[in-house]
Design a protein around this ligand. Structure first.
Ligand code: GUN
Length: 292
C-alpha cells in the first residue's frame, strides 16, 4: 500500500506556484490577487478561508477577505460580487459556501464573472468542463486529478466509483473521470444516498472516491483488494482521548481499509491540502488570463 501524501505534494506544488509568482514579480507583471467573500462565522468556513488566505501569502500572491454578517441581504452580497467583477486588480473570486438560508447560492455563483470564478462553480465553467473546453475546474476534483497524475496512477479502462453527488465534488469528479484524457477514460458509476447495493458497487471499484461526508462510512468489506481509495471526507468526531476533545475522520475507515488498497489518501494530510493548491493554481491562471 502506498500513501498518497497530500502534505508532500502540496508543498511541492506551492513551491512551483511561488516560483511562478516570483518570476511574474521579477518581470514586473501583475501579481495574482484572490478575493474571498465570507458570510457569518458559523461552521468551519472561517478556518477554511483563513487557510486559503494564508496560502496566498505563502506563495507571494495578494489576497483580500471581504466579510459580511449573517444578516447581509442577497442584494448587498451580489453588489459586492459585482464590485470584484469590475475591479481589474482582482483576478479570482470565491464566495465561501454554505451561505445563510435567505441567500440563493446559485444566484451568487451565477453573478461571479466566469473569468474570475476560480472555484469553478459558475454554470458556464461547469458546462465547459463537461464539454472538455478550457474552464476553471472546482478545486477538490482538480486536486484529486493532480494527485493521480503525480503518482502516475493508471486510470484508463478502470471502473471508478464516486460516492456522493455534491455539486462541489461528486458530480464534477464523475464527469472528469470519464473524459477522454488522462487521468480519466474510466467507466464511472456515480452513487448517492438512494443507490441500491452500494457495498456491492463499491467492491467493484478499481478507483473508489468517497465524498459523502459520513465519517468512516466506507469499511473494508466495501473495498476490492488492490483498489485506489481517495477519501474526500473531513469531519470532526468526539474523541475523549484527544486533548481537543475531537478527532478528524474521513469517509473511509482507514485502519481496516488501507491494508487492502494499492494507494490510499490519509485524513488529514490527503485531499484537503490539494484543494487549496488547486485554488492557487486557478488564481495564477486567472491572473495570466489563461482560461478566458
Ligand atoms: N465550501 C466547502 N468547500 C468549498 C469550496 O471549495 N469553495 C467554496 N467557495 N466553498 C466551499
Amino acid at each position: 500500500m502506498i500513501l498518497l501524501d497530500g502534505k508532500l505534494l502540496s508543498a511541492q506544488i506551492k513551491q512551483e506556484i511561488a516560483a511562478d509568482v516570483a518570476q511574474i514579480k521579477a518581470e514586473g507583471g501583475k501579481i495574482p490577487h484572490l478575493v474571498a467573500i465570507l458570510v457569518g462565522t458559523a461552521g468551519r468556513s472561517e478556518t477554511y478561508v483563513a487557510s486559503k488566505m494564508k496560502s496566498c501569502e505563502e506563495v507571494g500572491m495578494h489576497s483580500t477577505l471581504i466579510r459580511f454578517d449573517d444578516d447581509v441581504t442577497e442584494a448587498e452580497l451580489l453588489a459586492a460580487v459585482t464590485d470584484v467583477n469590475n475591479n481589474p486588480d482582482m483576478d479570482g473570486l470565491i464566495v465561501q459556501l454554505p451561505l445563510p438560508k435567505h441567500i440563493n447560492p446559485d444566484k451568487v455563483m451565477e453573478t461571479i464573472l466566469p473569468a474570475k470564478d476560480v472555484d469553478g462553480f459558475h454554470p458556464i465553467n461547469i458546462g465547459r468542463m463537461a464539454k472538455g473546453l478550457p474552464a476553471y475546474v472546482s478545486a477538490t476534483p482538480q486536486g484529486i486529478l493532480e494527485m493521480l497524475k503525480r503518482y502516475d496512477i493508471s486510470t484508463s479502462g478502470k471502473h471508478c466509483v464516486v460516492v456522493g453527488r455534491s455539486q462541489i465534488v461528486g458530480l464534477p469528479m464523475s464527469i472528469l473521470m470519464q473524459r477522454n484524457d488522462y487521468p480519466g477514460n474510466c467507466t464511472v458509476t456515480l452513487t448517492h444516498s438512494k443507490t441500491q447495493n452500494l457495498a456491492e458497487i463499491c467492491r467493484s471499484a478499481d478507483i473508489l472516491i468517497a465524498a459523502l461526508g459520513r465519517p468512516e462510512f466506507i469499511t473494508a468489506d466495501m473495498v476490492k483488494e488492490g483498489a485506489v481509495v481517495i477519501d474526500v471526507g473531513l469531519e470532526r468526531v468526539p474523541d475523549a482521548t484527544k486533548k481537543s476533545g475531537f478527532a478528524l475522520k474521513g469517509d473511509v475507515k482507514f485502519d481496516e481499509v488501507a491494508p487492502k488498497t494499492s494507494y490510499i489518501t490519509p485524513v488529514p494530510g490527503g485531499v484537503g491540502l490539494m484543494t487549496i493548491c488547486s485554488l492557487m493554481q486557478n488564481t495564477l491562471k486567472a491572473a495570466r488570463r489563461e482560461v478566458y
